[in-house]
Design a protein around this ligand. Sequence first.
Ligand code: ATP
Length: 714
Amino acid sequence: MNGTMLRMTRFTIGKLQQCNITCSRSDTVYHLANRTSRTPRRSQLCKNGSFDVLVLPVYKGKNMSRLSCLKTGGLFLPKSMWTHSRHTVALYSTSTDSKQTSNTVVNQESKVKTSNTLPVPSEDVNKLLQLAYPQRWRLTAAVGFLVIASSVTMSAPFFLGKVIDTIYSSSTEDFTASLTSLCFMLTGVFLCGGAANAARVYLMQISGQQIVRNLRETLFSSILKQEVGFFDKTRTGELINRLSADTAIVGRCLTDNLSDGLRSLAQAGAGVGMMLYVSPSLAAFVLMVVPPIACLAVIFGRFLRSISRRTQDALAEATQLAEERISNIRTVRAFGKELTEVQKYSEKVDHIFELAKKEAVLSAGFYGVTGLSGNIIILSVLYKGGLLMANEAMTVGQLSSFLMYAFWVGISIAGFSSFYSELMKGLGAGTRLWELMDRKPEFPLNEGLVLKPEQFKGELEFRNVCFAYPTRKDSPIFQDLSLSVPAGSVMAVVGSSGSGKSTLVSLLLRLYDPDSGVVTVDGRDVRDLNPYWLRSHVGTVSQEPVLFSCSIAENIAYGAKDPSQVTVEDIYRAAQIANAHDFIQEFPKGYDTLVGEKGVLLSGGQKQRVAIARALLKNPKILLLDEATSALDAENEFLVQEALERLLDGRTVLIIAHRLSTIQSADAVAVLDQHRVMEIGSHAQLLANDQGLFHKLMEKQAFLQSQHKKALYK
Ligand SMILES: Nc1ncnc2c1ncn2[C@@H]1O[C@H](COP(=O)(O)OP(=O)(O)OP(=O)(O)O)[C@@H](O)[C@H]1O
């Protein structure tokens, strides 16, 4: 079972939902062969599955699986997850593959409110540790190597003390023999230590990269699942920053930092033990300094945690600005705003710098104080140790060993405080990640009713719809809007700019939900339909078609449910119907031509035709054409119109058009005004009504066009 993926998926407790999971062949899960059986079975999930998910709260503790079994009538967790679950997810397989589980249970993180309050909430630390859980074997091995390497490091002062005492006390022959054997032994020990250290570093780095990889994948998946309204409110730079910088900080915190922290802890512990062994009185004297330094580290860590969060927020703002301006460089250049933009960016980075300065001042104070304390301790040990030596209570070798241990303990304490401060930074960044990963999208992606092919006709209806965008609740777009589009008919929607034509498309695709009223497909409220299924049957060409930075062929194939199954012939056919084939063939690399970021290497008209081909490849039952021909010249527009008309057969089509001449062949035309449909009828009927809105719109457009022509010929 791919536990990581499931653990990162957010579900509502107690609600049956659907999700897709990816499982590898070797994944073992415990499941019930049928829902009444009480005996857990091991099972292999053989391929990706679509599951209904039921999230159930369970008790923490060793017998959690039993409790969950008793409480919920037989649900079992995969064994490896028992100690890490707060919730159980029951997966009811909807796959027809008989090898797949019928009732499988894995763990699920609970929805935890993140907090910035200190001291460190154990929930946050738990979450951080849970990320490292899939890497437990590598990390355990790394800790094993760490213990070996640290033991070697910490044994060195002891043996070096012995060497010194040998030098001082032995006769010449004894001295040479003892020294040689001690040095050989130490070389062997150091070699082992070096190898163990190399293995530790390798394992830690690999685990770290794997954690960051998993974290990024989960986060990206959480982001893409959010409803469109979320993206209206959230800045892209903010999300990119969380995906890149925050994940890296958390990954580093869990691996390199954890490794350094554990090493420091182990070395400090061993060092203190050896100091007590060599000279208890001197050790007690040295240890007096530990509590004040620990307090200082805690205060410093608290500060760092809060500043880390603020720095990441500031960084996100700067990234947002840079991302937006770079991707719109043509507009910046056209308005000559390069210097202004640099000025704005420098204000943002100044803010980051101010925060970094605060951090630098505190770090300087903290590391200065700890460094000074370390040196004072060494000096005191020398002084007090010298007195003990003078009283013959200590040998020179013992004092040397003790000094080295004191030195190591000092380094380890400094290392541990640095671990603590990095942990705080990691928690600061982690809090930003949990916020996103714990966020439950308002609309599900793949849950709800799926109409059978024979039920699905494609009739659309907006019934008494009231709607305002979530970010502008005070300015309604629709008030009691009603419009029906019979199955297989072509409805054109016209209206002045900003009247809400494109918003109709968004509501149909269920990118937003109406505040009241319903949008239906074949009489079913779209809120009851599975959005994934619905969107797979709707082809859209939007006002500003967006292409992805890959080849033209890949962009067209994007429209298919499974692009890997699309043949070259399918792509050619779609491109030919969309009148894109000829211009694509003229490119030296033809269909393999890369279109650049957002299709920037194509002209507006070319982009639009590729987007039409992409929509056609989907062979959708419902076509939503939002100004689909707006960027085409007169000749191409005619050809595309012709192609579209051939394609309209058997589909329900909603055409949103500004150029009223392009909608003559529509079965009906609806005119939007004052937040609702004000007129509806055939093109001819509406035109005949010389007091009507449509008639006025036509007249206005004809007048503007004639003015435009006059201006051109002047
Ligand atoms: N994501 C959004 N968040 C908030 N307001 C929005 C959003 N998208 C559109 N609007 C607003 O909703 C109104 C309707 O926009 P819409 O794009 O549907 O109009 P339209 O009739 O298609 O306009 P045009 O013909 O100019 O494309 C506009 O006032 C617009 O500012």
